[in-house]
Design a protein around this ligand. Structure first.
Ligand SMILES: [Zn+2]
Length: 234
């Protein structure tokens, strides 16, 4: 895998650039909610990592939470804790706890370094195994494109990939723990994915109903719920 510190460095640049090129929501209330949920989950993550002797994994995180005004049901987290939620997912999240489901899930992908795995594979395939720093220097645009794809940022421009089934399952479980520790009822996740399942229309790969199927996901979440409830700080 690529050293995580290199990807964190890349995310600082790419996140700022993304924000400068996209419309940040001017809705004060919704923006505050995104930042509030993010702050609570960040505290929960720090606590969880400390309990598991993994604090070094987030030592160079500089959390940031932004709401982007775009009608696409999506969200993502770059390494280093750079999070974007799109306004288009709020009709599905509905409540603050619903938003915590989504943000917990996306943050879990970053904490579990799923993007790193995808980025490492992509660099290997697309550049024949160049070191990341070399790839950044010699093919900056291509490398940036791979980065955006690996972290699910490209959804709205059609270059995103679904995470693998095992990544999804891990992010679901870890996400439930994070939201529960942050004070949100993890049971809300079942309701959120139920709403996703009922909705038709175009969804980005991260929220495709076929991956895993909504039924499988909801069954898995329900099976894990007794464990998640143990972390729930009411
Ligand atoms: Zn996911």
């Amino acid at each position: 895998m690529i050293p995580e510190s290199q990807l964190v460095a890349m995310s600082m640049t790419n996140y700022d650039q993304f924000l400068s090129e996209n419309k940040i929501s001017s809705d004060r209330q919704k923006t505050d909610m995104v930042k509030r949920v993010g702050d609570k989950i960040a505290i929960a993550v720090a606590e969880y990592m400390e309990q598991n002797g993994l604090s070094s994994r987030i030592q160079n995180y500089a959390w940031e939470f932004n709401l982007v005004d775009e009608d696409v049901p999506n969200a993502w987290c770059m390494p280093g804790g750079k999070v974007v939620v799109y306004t288009g997912i709020l009709p599905y999240t509905q409540t603050e706890a619903g938003l915590a489901v989504v943000m917990g899930h996306e943050i879990a992908h970053a904490i579990a370094r799923h993007g790193n795995e995808r980025m490492s594979q992509a660099i290997l395939i697309e550049t024949g195994g160049l070191a990341l720093a070399t790839a950044v220097d010699s093919k900056p645009e291509e490398t940036k494109g791979l980065f955006m794809m690996a972290y699910g940022v490209g959804a709205s421009v059609g270059i995103s990939l679904p995470y693998s089934r095992s990544h999804e399952t891990e992010a679901d479980k870890l996400g439930l723990i994070f939201m529960a520790m942050a004070g949100y009822n993890p049971q809300e996740a079942v309701d959120f994915w139920g709403r996703m399942a009922q909705s038709g229309g175009q969804k980005p790969p991260e929220f495709l109903s076929t991956h895993p199927s909504d039924q499988t996901r909801i069954a898995d979440l329900t099976a894990f719920m007794p464990e998640a409830i143990k972390y729930y700080k009411k």
